[in-house]
Write a protein that binds this ligand. Sequence first.
Ligand SMILES: [Zn+2]
Length: 149
Amino acid sequence: MQVFDAAASAATLDPAAMMQEFAAGDPRMAALVEMMQAQRAQPCNDVAAPDERDELIVEMSARLDAAEARLTKMTRIARQLHEAGRAASQRLSNLAAALGACGLCWGDDPACLGCRGRGRPGMVRPDPQIRAELFGAQSPAREAAMHSH
Ligand SMILES: [Zn+2]
């Protein structure tokens, strides 16, 4: 008890010593104390008055909010574009299958690994099911098939 009292009375008299004591046990506290001491030793030269500092904080805070809002909006747009691209690609792929075309290049790319540039519509037998889904029962292929049998 005596030891505690002596230590307490010595420490409580000196704020700097108290801060050192706080900092001793906790690294985050140590960083904070270091920051506070640095700030006291060298008052911010960039911004003179506390009012200006407050204004700066408010402005920076507003800019951060605006940036976050923009980021949220951009993320949403990117997601929508990705989804739209995926849907369009799927639809185009189905159309290629329904027309018997190369789904990779539609016959436009001589270097195409799927068709070597020969994949224009009609290259392969159209997929009857996809064709029916896209064009309905009245699709030319279905009609031709019905007439020929
Ligand atoms: Zn191709």
